[in-house]
Write a protein that binds this ligand. Structure first.
Ligand SMILES: NC(=O)c1ccc[n+]([C@@H]2O[C@H](COP(=O)([O-])OP(=O)(O)OC[C@H]3O[C@@H](n4cnc5c(N)ncnc54)[C@H](OP(=O)(O)O)[C@@H]3O)[C@@H](O)[C@H]2O)c1
Length: 248
């Protein structure tokens, strides 16, 4: 198991970078993952429920199809991420309590601000459904979502094969799909997903902040992972980048 030289990062990460520092309380991987990710759909639903209810009960509907499409995008991602993802994972590494708490905060803030914007502060009339920009955003989100699941699946298979073969957790070099170009295509596609979301929601300050926060979170993580792969595997494909094909 790899340990970085950075005690702060060590103490707040899991999996390849799990470490013991500052606070060494570990949660069950799958349960911790479910609880931290389920914060997001739960809070998002709480923010959209009042206007949906108002729309259903008043004579003048206030909830639009555009808002339904946007809400479906958010909830589709997070139902997979919170529930289906941990159920499908062969195993998940224990999670440090600080990772858990910071992720609950991150997910909660993003879900609340994005939900409030879609439900109340933004303007999402159904005329947006005629705009190519809206559908471009939805399509980019859909492509990112599909690619994210595809590459998560490759890692799941690898984790499962390694554990069955060696009867212990080991890491190996992933192959297939965008893994031929980057070390972390799951992070790349997750970033595409949220860029698509921000385009569909335009102009939405919370969506823009969420994209920037996601990239600020996932790109350094990809870079560390990439560095780790190169240190661990002398035969690691030299042309593979960290997260953006051909660029970074
Ligand atoms: N929006 C955000 O800010 C955000 C933040 C974090 C994660 N995510 C998303 O959540 C998903 C999971 O992220 P993650 O950071 O947990 O992914 P990860 O570190 O790549 O791990 C995913 C799974 O694959 C296993 N695995 C990874 N590399 C492997 C290898 N080389 N050989 C064998 N097994 C390997 C891991 O096992 P171990 O558990 O044993 O390491 C784990 O079960 C991704 O789709 C990511 O995009 C999003």
């Amino acid at each position: 198991m790899f340990h970085s030289n950075d005690p702060i990062l060590d103490c707040i990460t899991a999996g390849k970078f799990a470490g013991k520092f500052i606070i060494d309380i570990q949660l069950n991987g799958k349960l911790g993952w479910f609880l931290m990710e389920a914060t997001s759909p739960a809070l998002f639903v709480a923010t959209i429920l009042p206007p949906v209810y108002q729309s259903l009960t008043s004579l003048q509907p206030v909830w639009t199809t555009t808002q339904t499409v946007l809400s479906a995008m958010w909830l589709t991602h997070y139902i997979n991420r919170s529930t289906i993802y941990p159920l499908r994972a062969h195993s998940m590494s224990p999670m440090n309590i600080l990772t858990f708490l910071s992720s609950v905060l991150f997910n909660g803030a993003n879900a609340y601000t994005n939900g409030m914007w879609v439900a109340k502060y933004g303007s999402y009339p159904d005329t947006l459904l005629e705009k190519p920009r809206f559908w471009f955003g939805v399509a980019l989100w859909g492509a990112g979502w599909w690619l994210n699941i595809h590459h998560d699946n490759i890692l799941f298979r690898l984790r499962c094969e390694r554990q069955v073969k060696d009867n212990q957790k080991r890491y190996s070099i992933p192959h297939g799909g965008l893994f031929e170009y980057v070390s972390c295509p799951n992070y790349f596609s997750e970033s595409l997903e949220w860029i698509g979301w921000a385009i569909a929601c335009y102009p939405s300050p919370p969506a823009n902040v969420f994209v920037l926060a996601t990239i600020a979170n996932l790109f350094p993580r990809a870079w560390r992972s990439h560095k780790w792969y190169k240190q661990e595997f002398p035969d690691y494909p030299p042309k593979r980048k960290a997260v953006v094909p051909f660029l970074f």
